[in-house]
Design a protein around this ligand. Structure first.
Ligand code: NAP
Length: 330
């Protein structure tokens, strides 16, 4: 039985990755910053809360990570924890930079000290590419990095720390350069979740109006459970590397809103309002990627259309909403 440690297990990807690793027979150890206040809704929703071992740890404390590696002797280490919101990073730039950069530096140092054979997966982000001219899209693994937010800067730095440790110390470190991927487990402060849960609340008479920022932005949106499959494969092939994980298809936020609202039989023109306070100081106008390397080297097969994604998000939201009512009542 292989052992994997996951940071960020309480997040969207952490929950789906845990489920995948458990299905593959792994022992899963999840790091959370607080056992008392950690939100394990995602693990509960997937029914795996009792199958993973949750431990409280501080990745800023090198000695804490060293002891964890010595105790659990993992074969694989997945670093998913991050202050992951671009919007929040403009409000909390120092905290975002500090956490996202120092955490991976500590993890890699601990691995260098304890056991250089532990394989590491790092979640990098398409935000690292910044505002790319339309005619140069789609971006791939070799595209120039020009981050446009504190979050993107933190992800670019942690990405390069991984490249450096791979080259300098020959560690097996792979980075997934992830484009936006969504699910019902997305945190409520992300726009896609706000739209899907907001539309359902309007449908159920619990909300009058949904406020959104710039709806002309274009993103390459995928389905999270498929993205965690690529993470596992990256650590289970012969060589480490960097992989763009995306659908290759851009859509506007307006299109996303229209499709979600129409699934609930609602006219977005009546219920969605633009709010200037939600517009970011700098935002990417359009970004989409080229998943060819992941398809050929990881055999990663993303076979969902944009409509399939909307279908899953809206249906899962209804199911989740009912589940949360029952769960809170029990
Ligand atoms: P998420 O749902 O926001 O989860 C983030 C996780 O990180 C949570 O477990 C959270 O713990 C933990 N975390 C956040 N700030 C922390 C801090 N200061 N100290 C300790 N733990 C902290 O993110 P996700 O969507 O699963 O994304 C996983 C990774 O992929 C992240 O690194 C993200 O930046 C990256 N990524 C995601 C996307 C995407 O579209 N989802 C795209 C590109 C890259 P708590 O539960 O305690 O808050």
């Amino acid at each position: 039985m292989k052992t994997a440690i996951i940071t960020g297990i309480t997040g969207q990807d952490g929950a789906y990755l845990s489920k995948l690793l458990l299905e593959k027979g792994y022992k899963v150890i999840g790091i959370t910053r607080s056992l008392q206040s950690g939100n394990i809704n995602g693990l509960n929703f997937l029914g795996i809360q009792n199958d993973v071992e949750l431990i409280e740890a501080n990745v800023f404390d090198l000695s804490n990570i060293i002891r964890l590696l010595e105790k659990y002797k993992p074969e694989e280490f997945y670093n998913l924890a991050a202050q992951s919101s671009v919007g929040l990073s403009f409000e909390q730039p120092i905290g975002t930079l500090e956490y996202n950069i120092i955490s991976i530096a500590n993890i890699l140092e601990a691995i260098r000290i304890v056991n250089k054979n532990i394989k590491v997966y790092q979640s990098s982000s398409s935000e690292m590419f910044g505002n790319v001219k339309k005619e140069l899209l789609p971006v791939d693994e070799n595209f120039i990095i020009h981050p446009a937010s504190p979050y993107a800067i933190s992800k670019a730095s942690s990405h390069w720390i991984c490249v450096n440790y791979r080259e300098a110390y020959k560690l097996f470190i792979s980075s997934g350069i992830l484009f936006n991927h969504e699910s019902v487990l997305r945190r409520p402060n992300f726009v896609t979740k706000k739209i899907v849960s907001g539309a359902l609340k309007i449908k159920n008479g619990q909300l009058d109006m949904l406020k959104v920022g710039n709806t002309s932005i274009m993103r390459d949106w995928g389905y999270a459970p498929k993205y965690v499959e690529a993470m596992w494969t990256m650590l289970n092939i012969d060589k480490p590397g960097d992989y763009v994980i995306c659908t290759g298809e851009p859509h506007t936020l307006q299109e996303f809103i229209e499709k979600v609202f129409s699934k609930f039989g609602l006219d977005p023109a009546k219920y969605v309002k633009s709010d200037a306070s939600l517009i970011r100081p700098v935002d990417l106008k359009v970004i989409y990627g080229n998943p060819t390397k992941a398809k050929t080297e990881l055999n990663w097969n993303y076979n969902l259309s944009f409509d399939d994604l909307i279908e899953k998000l809206t249906e899962d939201e209804i199911y989740y909403n009912n589940w949360i009512k029952k769960f809170s009542a029990s």
